[in-house]
Design a binder for this molecule. Structure first.
Ligand code: 6PG
Length: 253
């Protein structure tokens, strides 16, 4: 079911598996259109657990339906850990997607989570500035993929670090509010200028966030995900029925 809302288009799927196939179709259509026009597509991958099923569908069923060698892969955020660490977003994408597809090594631009965080945020931002085509001096991704935490965080912009949406840099160091883990995250400068931003979110544990987003404006403003609607690009949500409050399922609000 597709519903247009002030927060973007919602594609509501029965479950994670249906969401994965819906996302894969979306990704195939978008990549075909972008590559037909520019012969290259610049995307940022999401971390966390939710994308795993979608990455699996893309690698299992879309190997020959997408021109993978024409896609440049970045990350919307990364934990400051080594690339072989179980919490690495790079490792997750490598296992579920990248190693299973014909993607040239040179197309993969991982964050060096093992480096000094401040230095790496600068390095990664400079890399993006250099390689990703710009509009008015700002690199513009064709697609930035995001998940959403139970506190409404996106990438690694947490509720207590919302200033990162206004940060002048392209990437910054964030700190997980519970674990203290350092992260490298894209800032609002990239998130708000991407042509397409997607949010994949599922599960009852996150329903309260969606309920607030649609029904409690005061609380909605406290969730980083609410800030995505202020960007220039198209925002598309891929959610399951469990995360949707009845108001969204019944009236689309
Ligand atoms: C990360 C992600 C983060 C994630 C959300 C949702 O590095 O953890 O970038 O923003 O998308 O925390 O995580 P789950 O998909 O595991 O619920």
């Amino acid at each position: 079911m597709k519903i247009s809302t002030p927060l973007g288009e919602f594609r509501i799927c029965k479950n994670q598996n249906e969401l994965a196939f819906e996302y894969a179709r979306f990704f195939q259509e978008l990549s075909a259109s972008v590559i037909a026009r520019k012969n290259v597509m610049n995307i940022a991958l999401a971390g966390g657990n939710t994308p795993k099923t979608t990455y699996g569908v893309l690698s299992d069923f879309y190997r020959n339906k997408i021109e993978w060698n024409k896609i440049q892969f970045y990350w919307s955020d990364e934990r400051c850990v080594t690339p072989d660490h179980p919490e690495s977003n790079y490792l997750m994408a490598k296992v579920y997607l990248l190693d299973r597809l014909p993607i040239p090594e040179g197309n993969i631009h991982r964050v060096f989570g093992e480096q000094d965080p401040e230095a790496e945020a600068i390095r990664y931002g400079n890399l993006i500035q250099r390689l990703v085509p710009q509009v008015s001096g700002v690199p513009v991704f064709d697609l930035i993929m995001l998940g959403m935490g139970e506190d409404g965080h996106v990438a690694s912009i947490f509720p207590d670090q919302m200033a990162l949406f206004e940060d002048a840099s392209l990437c910054a160091v964030a700190t997980h509010p519970l674990t203290g883990q350092k992260r490298i995250t894209m800032t609002g400068r990239l998130l708000h200028n991407a042509r397409n931003v997607t949010i994949m979110a599922t599960g009852k544990a996150k329903e309260a966030v969606l309920n607030d987003l649609f029904n409690t404006p005061d609380r909605a403003a406290l969730y980083p995900v609410s800030r995505l609607a202020g960007g220039k690009g198209k925002v598309t949500w891929f959610v399951d029925q469990e995360i949707c409050p009845p108001s969204l399922l019944n009236t689309g609000t």
